[in-house]
Design a protein. Structure first.
Length: 284
């Protein structure tokens, strides 16, 4: 069975990181794995099967590569210490198109954002996607979400307790309630989301930072801090401390924008890799 789309993103991110690191250091190479996107990884092939190649990459650890993302595996062909090319050597040949213009080298989408790391919450979001409810359980959870928005406190209290007991799969169903105009329902939803601080909830957390209700602001700031792992001062009580809240919100918003850009580029890179793997299989 082929691995899921989202479970392979981190493997590709680590692969590109290894290529960038190993390309600038002097290592003794044993084997070389060439990916379908043209990247090369040097290391030691520990295991090779019909579905994957297990590669030891220096001190970075073991990398598992799916066969449909690999175009070639070279063993013992680049053994030796990589030496820096002297200035007197012949310069590297440049790619030139039909008009005689030098082609720009293609860079991986993962390297286009400098200094931005994949956060733990984004890694979890991509590597461990939430499974949607079905059948009777779906109806029950939807009823609890509806009860969370009722006026009577006993309905809201029971619904909040049930949703917390159900687990993180309830997170997508609470996003609209967490941004509701009904402050009491919004507070209940944010308390549940704080128990399961998933990347998906960051927009709701950012939206609550400007709320007129201080408890919505408090819970929203706690949720943003948990998701981003960036705990910063947030004056949620003082109604006149809007400048301090605005600064904190700007920092969290910037973090989210960077992570979203990284997420889109990772998914685009994986899509190209998957399509390349399908084409290779179709040509066999």
């Amino acid at each position: 069975m082929r691995p899921s789309f989202t479970c392979r993103w981190y493997q590709l991110a680590l692969t590109v990181f290894c290529v960038l690191l190993l390309g600038s250091e002097r290592f003794t190479h044993a084997d070389t794995v060439t990916l379908t996107n043209g990247s090369k990884i040097d290391g030691t092939v520990l295991k090779e099967s019909a579905t994957e190649v297990v590669l030891q990459v220096g001190t970075l650890g073991v990398v598992r590569l799916q066969k449909d993302t690999i175009s070639a595996v070279e063993k013992n062909r680049r053994t030796g210490v990589v030496k820096k090319r002297p200035d007197s050597d012949k310069p590297r040949k440049k790619n030139v198109n039909q008009k005689g213009e030098v082609k720009s080298e293609k860079k991986s989408a993962l390297t286009s954002i400098t200094g931005v790391k994949v956060s733990q919450s984004l890694k979890t979001h991509l590597d461990d996607p939430l499974v949607a409810f079905t059948g009777k359980q779906k109806l029950e959870v939807e009823q609890w979400v509806e009860d969370l928005q009722r006026q009577r406190v006993n309905y809201r209290s029971r619904a909040e307790r049930k949703l917390k007991e159900t687990g993180p799969r309830v997170v997508p169903l609470l996003q609209s309630v967490a941004q509701s105009q009904f402050a009491l329902a919004r507070i209940c939803a944010l308390r549940v989301l704080n128990q399961f601080p998933r990347y998906e909830s960051m927009p709701a957390a950012l939206a609550g930072l400007d709320s007129d209700d201080p408890w919505v602001r408090k819970l929203s700031s706690e949720l943003a801090a948990k998701i981003s792992r960036d705990r910063r001062p947030f004056p949620w009580k003082d109604a006149g401390a809007s400048a301090g809240r605005s600064r904190a919100k700007s920092e969290w918003s910037l973090w989210y924008q960077q992570q979203e850009s990284l997420r889109l580029k990772i998914e685009a890179e994986l899509k190209v890799s998957n399509e390349s793997g399908k084409d290779r299989k179709n040509h066999r």
